[in-house]
Design a protein around this ligand. Structure first.
Ligand code: GLA
Length: 397
C-alpha cells in the first residue's frame, strides 16, 4: 500500500497530525455466536485499513477514499446516515463520539468544541470488501482510534469496540455482534483471542503455525440476502431463548442452555417453527465446540481442532442456514483431503471466504486444485489469501 499520509497531503495540501492502521480479522471458530453471548476465537490479520487525519476549523468533515478516488464532505453538526455506505463507517463513529461527549458536559466541553471544528481524513485499505474479513469494522476502528489520539479522548479499547459496534448498528444498519471490532482493536501477533461475548473477558492463545498455514478461499460472491438474513438470525435466536426462559426462568444466556432444554422447548413435539429450533440447536452446539476447541489448542491437538471447524460448517450450512452453494462447494472440495485439517465458511455467510488450515507442504498444490475446480464448477475465479496473524489497531510510526 502506498503511504496514506502522502495521499492526505496531496488531497488537503497540509500534513496530517497522525496516521493509524487497523486490521481485518479471521475467526477460527465460534460463528454467529458473538450476538448470542457465547465464545468466539478471532484474530487480527495482515490486511488493513489505514487512515491519516488532521484538524480543520470550519465545522466540516472532508473524507477522501483513496482507492475509490472519492471525496465526500459533510457538516459535523448534522451527521446522519448517508446514502454511501463507506461514509457511514466514518461518520457513524463521529456520531458516537459526539454523543458520548454530550453525556458528560462538564468533563468534555473543550474537546467537544474542538471536534465540532471538523477534520480531514484520508482512507485506504487492502482488505477485500464483502469477503467476510470485516473491512467495515476496520474502518470504524481506525477512524475511532485516530479521533481518540487526535483529541485525546481517553477512550479505552473496550469503549472503542462497543462504540464502533453501535456505529455499525445505527449508521450501517447491521445488528452485528462485537467480535469484528474487538478483534481489530485487540489483535496480537500470532495469537488468537478467546472472547467471552457476555462478560467481554478475553484471553490470548498462541496459534502454532509451524506446520500449518491459514488459507482463505474467497468465493468473490456476496448474495444480496446477507445483511437482512443476518438480522433475521439474531431475532430468531432471541425468540428461541425467550421460549426457553418461559420454562426455565433461571436461564440468562445461551451458554446455560442444554440440548435437552432445546429439545423440550423447541423440538418437533412443540409448536415452535422448525427454523427457530434449528438455529438454537446450532447455537448450543457451537458454544460447546468453541470451548472444546480451546482445549485442543492448549494441548496442541490441531487435528481435533480442525475437525471442529468442519462440524461448525455443517451446522452453519444445515441448521443455521447462512452458507451458500459456493461456500459449501469449497468446503466439500477439501473435506476428504488429509492435508486440510479444518475448513469452514467464515463470518456472516451468504458468500465471502472459507478459512482452511492446510499442511504447509501441501499448500501450493491444494490452492491450484481448488482454484481449478472452483472456476470450472462455479464459473467464477477464486481469490486466495495466505494470511498471517498480526497486531491490532495501532499508530503508524
Ligand atoms: C459478522 C458480524 C459479527 C459476527 C459474524 C458471524 O462478521 O459483524 O459480529 O456475528 O458476522 O460470526
Amino acid at each position: 500500500m502506498s503511504d496514506v499520509r502522502h495521499h492526505f497531503f496531496t488531497a488537503f495540501q497540509t500534513t496530517p497530525a497522525l496516521a493509524v492502521a487497523s486490521p481485518g480479522r479471521i475467526n477460527l471458530i465460534g460463528e454467529h455466536i458473538d450476538y448470542n453471548h457465547g465464545f468466539v476465537l478471532p484474530a487480527a490479520i495482515d490486511k488493513l485499513v489505514q487512515v491519516a487525519i488532521g484538524k480543520r476549523n470550519d465545522g466540516a468533515i472532508h473524507m477522501f477514499a483513496i482507492d475509490l478516488k472519492e471525496t465526500i464532505i459533510v457538516q459535523i453538526k448534522d451527521v446522519e446516515p448517508h446514502p454511501i455506505q463507506w461514509v457511514n463507517y466514518v461518520i457513524g463513529v463521529v456520531h458516537q463520539v459526539i454523543d458520548q461527549l454530550a453525556s458528560q458536559p462538564n468533563k468534555a466541553n473543550n474537546i467537544q468544541n474542538e471536534i465540532l471544528n471538523g477534520f480531514n481524513i484520508s482512507i485506504q485499505g487492502n482488505i477485500p470488501i464483502g469477503a467476510g474479513l470485516s473491512s467495515s469494522a476496520a474502518v470504524e476502528c481506525a477512524v475511532l482510534f485516530a479521533l481518540n489520539e487526535l483529541y485525546d479522548l481517553q477512550l479505552t479499547k473496550m469503549e472503542m469496540a462497543t462504540m464502533a459496534q453501535k456505529a455499525e448498528h445505527d449508521f450501517a444498519g447491521v445488528k452485528c455482534g462485537i467480535m469484528d471490532m474487538f478483534a481489530s482493536l485487540f489483535g496480537q501477533k500470532n495469537k488468537v483471542i478467546l472472547l467471552d461475548c457476555a462478560s467481554l473477558a478475553y484471553q490470548y492463545y498462541p496459534f502454532d503455525l509451524t506446520e500449518y498455514s491459514i488459507v482463505l478461499f474467497d468465493t468473490q460472491i456476496k448474495h444480496a440476502l446477507a445483511s437482512s438474513e443476518y438480522n433475521t438470525r439474531r431475532i430468531e435466536c432471541e425468540q428461541g431463548i425467550q421460549v426457553i426462559q418461559k420454562k426455565y426462568p433461571q436461564v440468562q444466556t445461551w451458554r446455560e442452555v442444554s440440548f435437552e432444554q432445546v429439545e423440550n422447548c423447541l423440538g418437533s413435539s412443540t409448536r415452535t417453527p422448525v427454523n427457530i429450533y434449528h438455529r438454537c440447536k446450532y447455537v448450543v452446539a457451537e458454544i460447546d465446540r468453541v470451548q472444546a476447541a480451546v482445549v485442543d489448542l492448549t494441548s496442541g491437538n490441531m487435528v481435533a481442532f480442525g475437525k471442529k471447524m468442519y462440524a461448525t460448517h455443517e451446522g452453519l450450512s444445515q441448521l443455521y442456514e447462512v452458507s451458500c452453494p459456493e461456500l459449501d462447494f469449497l468446503v466439500a472440495a477439501v473435506k476428504d483431503n488429509e492435508n486440510v485439517i479444518g475448513a469452514r465458511m467464515m463470518g456472516g455467510g451468504f458468500g465471502g471466504c472459507t478459512i482452511n488450515i492446510i499442511k504447509k507442504t501441501a499448500v501450493d498444490h491444494i490452492i491450484n486444485e481448488v482454484a481449478n475446480k472452483y472456476s470450472k464448477q462455479i464459473n467464477q475465479p477464486l481469490a486466495v489469501y495466505l494470511t498471517s496473524i498480526e497486531e491490532g489497531t495501532h499508530l503508524i510510526k
